[in-house]
Design a binder for this molecule. Structure first.
Ligand code: APR
Length: 255
């Protein structure tokens, strides 16, 4: 009898890891839709399109294209002039955009919000989703998480319009890296017919020595389409901090 219960418990546990991941995503989806855009999207359809991308596949054999059906299953327009890219500023940028509608990052859109901070993979011939023992970002190129963010970032950048911004980290020796997702995917996929300009917001502390003159920004300009105007502005970290602590301060007074 103990053996039978052991088997039942094991089966229940394995079902739970798949189920609880699905629940997290569906709950996030319903919460987001309730707060932002009721009626437009179908969380169950989105889950189905997501799952078909990686289920049953070796976790190092999930190329970005498998997420195409997921991308087309999500319906959302982001207003022109509000898109905010970032690199090496994740915590700060999200603290800033939380409770503010004037700037929108990928993780503030439904697609990014659903999977931010999550890890997932399946296995060859498995029907399950695992959240542990999955390849990490650079273990292998075509892993489910990395391919997802590459595809989501590509989609976010290629739909951008008007004047877009990028919050970069002035405390780093080289604030722009051509191998980051921002540098290798987003900058290259801005559409010069839709995007007028890219403004780098270099967040700097008093003790930082990196400025908008840093040579890494020459690399950025050489990757950027010449039809897109380039600007860079140093923004004091202290200003961003004040704005994070008070969401009532308008964006125009912050950046
Ligand atoms: N190892 C582990 N995680 C990584 C790695 C890496 N080498 N590179 C990227 N990531 C994941 C992590 O989750 C990290 O927090 O991507 C996140 C962002 O990495 P950054 O290097 O800070 O930034 P970047 O690669 O430029 O990506 C951010 O892409 O997600 C989009 O629109 C978003 O503009 C943003 C950009």
């Amino acid at each position: 009898l103990a053996v039978v219960f052991g088997v039942i418990a094991a089966a229940k546990n394995s079902a739970n890891s798949s189920d609880s991941f699905k629940n997290v995503v569906i709950n996030r989806c319903e919460t987001y839709l309730k707060e932002n855009m009721p009626g437009k999207n179908d969380c169950k359809k989105i889950w189905g399109a997501f799952e078909q991308a990686y289920i049953g596949r070796d976790p190092c054999d999930v190329p970005p294209e498998v997420y195409d059906p997921l991308i087309s299953s999500v319906k959302q327009d982001v207003a022109c002039n509000t898109m905010l890219f970032w690199s090496k500023t994740k915590t700060m940028v999200h603290a800033f955009t939380d409770n503010r509608d004037c700037m929108i990052t990928l993780e503030d859109t439904l697609l990014g919000f659903l999977f931010d901070g999550l890890t997932w993979c399946s296995r060859n011939e498995s029907k399950e989703t695992f959240t542990t023992d999955c390849p990490s970002w650079s273990d292998c190129q075509n892993n489910p998480v990395r391919s997802f963010w590459i595809k989501a970032s590509l989609n976010f950048a290629s739909t951008a319009c008007g004047n877009v911004s990028a919050m970069l980290n002035g405390s780093l020796e080289a604030p722009f890296s051509s191998t980051s997702v921002f540098g290798s995917v987003e900058v290259k996929n801005l559409d010069p017919d839709k995007v007028d300009g890219l403004t780098v917001l270099l967040v700097t502390k008093d003790t930082d020595t990196t400025t908008c003159n840093h040579s890494s920004f020459h690399n950025l300009q050489s990757i950027l389409d010449t039809k897109i105007a380039y600007n860079c502005r140093e923004v004091p970290y202290s200003t961003v901090e004040v704005c994070i602590s008070d969401p009532e301060i308008p964006c125009s007074d912050c950046l």
